[in-house]
Design a protein around this ligand. Structure first.
Ligand SMILES: C[S@@+](CC[C@H](N)C(=O)[O-])C[C@H]1O[C@@H](n2cnc3c(N)ncnc32)[C@H](O)[C@@H]1O
Length: 235
């Protein structure tokens, strides 16, 4: 496969310019790393054919944070390919105080191919932890819980609040609906009373130590993976 060949060669030359360049610059900014040789260099040999290939990336190399099979692909072609096979679960996170976990949630949602990420509350969020994955992820904003719940009902999605309430069902044994939206609360206040009241169910992740809770980004990863274990086609 083209991408593997490129990856093996390791490529040469400096950072790519052109369409992938701003994405790569953002990557460097978000990781705080000094730019280094990641990804693949310019394509060697006759160029592959196909509309999905980006001539600039073929010419200059592809240093983006994408899996090997998408090397040298145009950004729009990657998003279209992801859109064609997205899973049916969504994730939502409350953002009343600029939650710093949202970037992590977006990155994990991208990895597990969530349909969409929903931000409830403030529109602005810190993109640092997203590692530029937000460019490939549909993100929708809802100003209020009411707006979000109405959207979920219209979309035929079960709202599953994720938090450690005394009456939450253990996520480890809960049969998750295929079409659902997993909602996470913020550090500090946790899931809002409004979401708790309107949710189809609330789910807790079993803990065994002394801490009251785990980090919301970690909880989101575990919850998304619970859906994956029950519904995704593996292999
Ligand atoms: C750090 S917690 C909020 C703090 C918590 N209310 C407390 O009393 O310490 C932030 C969010 O992470 C998620 N979370 C953390 N630990 C969890 C667990 N064990 N089970 C389910 N969700 C959890 C929930 O979505 C929660 O709203």
């Amino acid at each position: 496969m083209a991408s593997e060949r490129g990856a093996e060669r390791g490529g040469a030359s400096g950072p790519a310019e052109g369409p992938g360049a701003s994405e790569q610059a953002e990557q460097v900014e978000q990781t705080g790393q000094v730019e280094r040789e990641v990804g693949v260099g310019p394509w060697e040999g006759p160029w592959p054919e196909g509309e999905h290939y980006d001539p600039e990336l073929l010419a200059r190399g592809d240093r983006r944070n994408v899996v090997d099979e998408y090397r040298y692909w145009r950004h729009e072609a990657i998003v279209a390919d992801l859109d064609a096979r997205r899973h049916t679960f969504h994730v939502a996170i409350e953002n009343w105080q600029h939650d710093f976990n949202i970037g992590t949630v977006v990155r994990t949602a991208n990895a597990f191919l969530a349909a969409e990420v929903h931000i409830i509350g403030r529109r602005r969020w810190n993109r640092r932890g997203a590692m530029v994955t937000d460019r490939y992820q549909h993100i929708r904003h809802h100003a209020t819980v009411e707006e979000f719940v109405a959207w979920a009902a219209e979309s035929g999605l079960a709202v599953l609040g994720v938090d450690l309430f005394p009456d939450s069902s253990p996520i480890e044994t809960y049969a998750m609906p295929r079409d659902c939206v997993l909602v996470f609360g913020q550090e500090g206040p946790g899931l809002s009373e409004e979401v708790r009241r309107t949710a189809t169910a609330t789910l807790s992740i079993a803990q065994f130590g002394s801490t009251r809770s785990i980090n919301a980004g970690t909880a989101a990863g575990i919850a998304m993976h619970s859906w994956i274990r029950q519904h995704a086609r593996i292999g």
